[in-house]
Design a protein around this ligand. Structure first.
Ligand code: ZN
Ligand code: ZN
Ligand code: ZN
Length: 386
């Protein structure tokens, strides 16, 4: 029946029940409307999080152009190398009823895009488009002002749908299962790098498609928020900051930090860890719709400053998370944007006085009247028997 075929064309091909609505058919229209409101006549999206968000097509940037063109007023089309056609059709993009325009090795795909969209006064380019492509599009679209697509898409991507929240919850549970195993790998005599290898293996074993980062910062290294695992040998009395995350097959990311102690930690560490835990709690308690993002940062900072550790909390309180580990909204002084239901972000205060440090990080989602945490592994200081 024609009507049924049409419906199947427009709908998403469910891979997993809970995540079946990750790519709703009306998202392209919503994005076109957002582009118009942002003063952009079209969005040009090369592979990356924006393309995946709009179509479900997950592929890497290569020297061959793949580009979704989404005119504010007209139907979208996807220009792709002919050799990638099967992959495009096999992805959720193949079920969106989107016109797919293949190009052959001797074609100029930039001109193909330009000819089809016609003359425009402004286009929004994917924020992570390669500079080389930006310049090719500048040549192909003379007189067209170039901006970034995020001015149109950030509002959509920040407010997670229930299916996106489900995907983030699945990611949160997976990384919680990894943290639950971490105490078993923290042994005196092992190097940070050895522990990191165990953790990276568990990140994929627990369901992630990729392990994106593994911070194992022990002893004095724990005072450096982004320390990468190195050759330092774990010792009794160390505090160890373990900040880990990956990307699930859904495309959604996890990010969770816990701080562990091997044997009895220094007494000043034990004291400020409790301050930190209270600060993280206070920041989560401050989350609800209408509250400015910066108020959550202030809620984390206040108890830390009151206890005299303010100068050692050297980073913002959090960042949005979704198809990217770091995205809008940023939980930082100066961001007065009010929180809204569906916004997902980290709450991760830290105290780094040296020669040790600590951080506690959960992903939370703003609800109608507060927030839910997507990480629920214990926030009590876990003391590993040295
Ligand atoms: Zn970070
Ligand atoms: Zn983190
Ligand atoms: Zn984070």
């Amino acid at each position: 029946m024609a009507a049924q075929a049409g419906a199947a064309q427009a709908g998403y091909r469910p891979v997993d029940d809970e995540l079946a609505d990750l790519y709703p058919a009306d998202r392209l229209a919503a994005a076109a409307g957002a582009a118009a409101r942002a003063g952009l006549d079209a969005l040009l999206l090369t592979p990356g999080p924006d393309l995946r968000y709009l179509t479900g097509y997950d592929t890497h940037q290569t020297e061959r152009l793949t580009c979704l063109a989404l005119p504010a007023g007209g139907p979208a089309f996807l220009v792709a190398p002919r050799l990638e056609l099967r992959s495009v059709h096999a992805s959720p993009a193949g079920a969106l009823g989107l016109e797919i325009v293949p190009w052959d090795e001797t074609d100029d795909p930039y001109r193909m895009v330009a000819q089809r969209i016609g003359h425009l006064s402004a286009v929004g380019l994917a924020d992570q488009m390669w500079a080389a492509r930006v310049l090719r599009f500048r040549d192909a679209l003379p007189g067209t002002r170039q901006g970034v697509a995020s001015t149109a898409l950030r509002g959509l991507r920040m407010r997670k749908t229930p299916a996106e929240v489900a995907a983030l919850r699945e990611a949160g549970r997976a990384i919680d299962r990894v943290h639950a195993q971490v105490p078993g790998w923290l042994r005196p005599g092992r190097t940070e790098r050895e522990v990191a290898v165990d953790i990276a293996g568990a990140i994929t074993a627990e369901g992630h498609a990729t392990a994106d980062f593994v911070i194992v910062a022990s002893g004095p290294n724990a005072a450096r928020p982004h320390h990468g695992p190195a050759g330092r040998v774990l010792a009794r009395g160390d505090a160890v900051v373990v900040d880990i995350g990956g990307t699930m097959p859904s495309g959604y990311c996890s990010d969770c930090t816990r701080t562990y102690a091997i044997g009895t930690p220094p007494s000043d560490f034990a004291r400020y860890y409790q301050v930190l835990k209270a600060a993280q709690e206070a920041a989560c308690a401050a989350v609800r719709p209408g509250v400015p993002a910066e108020a959550v940062d202030a809620a984390a900072r206040e108890p830390i400053s009151a206890a005299g550790y303010g100068e050692y909390f050297v980073h913002r309180t959090g960042h949005g998370i979704g198809l990217e580990t770091h995205e809008d909204p940023y939980i930082v002084a100066g961001n007065a944007e009010p929180l809204e239901p569906g916004m997902a972000f980290s709450v991760e205060p830290g105290i780094y006085p040296g020669p040790h440090g600590a951080r506690i990080e959960d992903i939370v989602v703003c609800t109608d009247d507060g927030c839910v945490r997507l990480n629920n592994v214990t926030r009590e200081l876990v003391i590993v028997d040295g």
